[in-house]
Design a protein around this ligand. Structure first.
Ligand code: RB5
Length: 157
């Protein structure tokens, strides 16, 4: 699978470790940076390009890491077609894809150990959207909201 990875200073070390593990399992890893540790870099500079790349299909899934995982997920979710979530457990990593078509997994480099993040990553990559009617219906409601954000209607209530 083509997997994008990205991190600011808070997640740099974990991103490097996950990239190595992913490559070791035969994935094509596209690194959106930061490529070297820089203590004052900003997570949107990596989260947004990665999210755009996932949304456009250049990479199939994305892994983002910042200090808590919050900033990275907030930034990524501003991109139309990106569905990012902060994750701490394997169940969420798998079900997020199966039920919610999650395409970007986010971790906190300061809150989660690499072994846990790797277990989550493997579950995330192994999972596929179930396509069940109820999940398609819910996803369609989310997608509709995205469409409205791009073409706001005159009625807001
Ligand atoms: C950076 O120090 C930190 O705020 C950032 O990595 C992240 O945790 C934001 O959510």
């Amino acid at each position: 699978m083509i997997v994008g990875v990205g991190a600011d200073h808070g997640g740099f070390e974990m991103k490097q470790e996950l990239a190595k593990l992913l490559a070791g399992e035969g994935h094509d890893v596209l690194d959106f940076g930061n490529k070297t540790y820089k203590g004052d870099d900003d997570y949107p500079d990596f989260a947004i390009p990665l999210a755009r790349s996932v949304a456009s299909g250049v990479v199939e899934r994305g892994i983002l890491v910042c200090g808590s995982g919050v900033g990275a997920s907030v930034a990524a979710n501003k991109v139309h077609g990106a569905r990012a979530a902060l994750c701490h457990d394997e169940f969420t990593a798998r079900q997020g894809v199966e039920d919610d078509a999650l395409n970007i997994l986010c971790f906190g480099g300061r809150t989660t150990g690499t072994a846990v993040a790797w277990g989550c990553t493997r579950n995330f990559l192994a999972a596929e959207f179930s396509g069940a009617d109820r999940h398609q219906r819910r996803l369609a409601k989310v997608t509709q909201l995205e469409e409205e954000a791009f073409a706001p209607s005159s009625s807001t209530r």
